[in-house]
Design a protein around this ligand. Sequence first.
Ligand code: CTP
Length: 218
Amino acid sequence: MHFLITAGPTREPLDPVRYLSNRSSGRMGHALAMAARDAGHSVTLVSGPASLPPPEGVELVKVETAREMFEAVKQRIQGSDVAVFAAAVADYRPVRCAGQKIKKGYETLVLELERTEDILGSARSVFGFQGCLVGFAAETENLVAHAQEKLARKQCDLVIANDVSQPGIGFDSAENAVTLCLPGGLTQPLPRQGKTDLAHELVQFITRLAATKKTPHV
Ligand code: CTP
């Protein structure tokens, strides 16, 4: 099967030297790409800026902004059987990017932000993707309820929910503890473990899930 995976943060520029971003390291998405490759799948990894070596044997598409990630996914999703959205995409970007470095002036500075493209939310409705669609939900409260709502709203086959309020797991950490959320209110918590082991377990689960769906390239 062909896996398309998004990873890492995005950077939304404010001026030539500044940007808005988040603490995502890209480790979960990179680990998933390598686990899918190890399982014998072909893999395209669309990654925002990450300080990680490019995974061998994986097609790596480097992007910076949410808009670039949206375009890269749009161009490649139709040839994929599985799409896993592990990127921590910025939800908002500055309305204007200054042409020159913003100089200090007034005591306060108000930034006007606008919504970015919802890449996962576009997979079915805009890109017409019919393969196995997997999203992540990073939540600080009501983990399962929020993840189930996201699963339904974005028409996913699986949402991998992680509680980012717990120290030492998830964002910018080597370990993660997630709960799998499936249609019909089904949930399955997985034990806390390193992201590499977790990625292998997730790829096994997703491969079985994808095989139950009628996908164009199976
Ligand atoms: N995602 C995406 N494009 C965005 C924002 C998020 O593809 N612009 C994807 C993420 O990669 C992840 C999922 O959507 O798989 C969940 O992201 P999250 O920000 O937690 O969910 P939202 O639907 O944006 O909801 P909220 O921020 O309100 O929790």
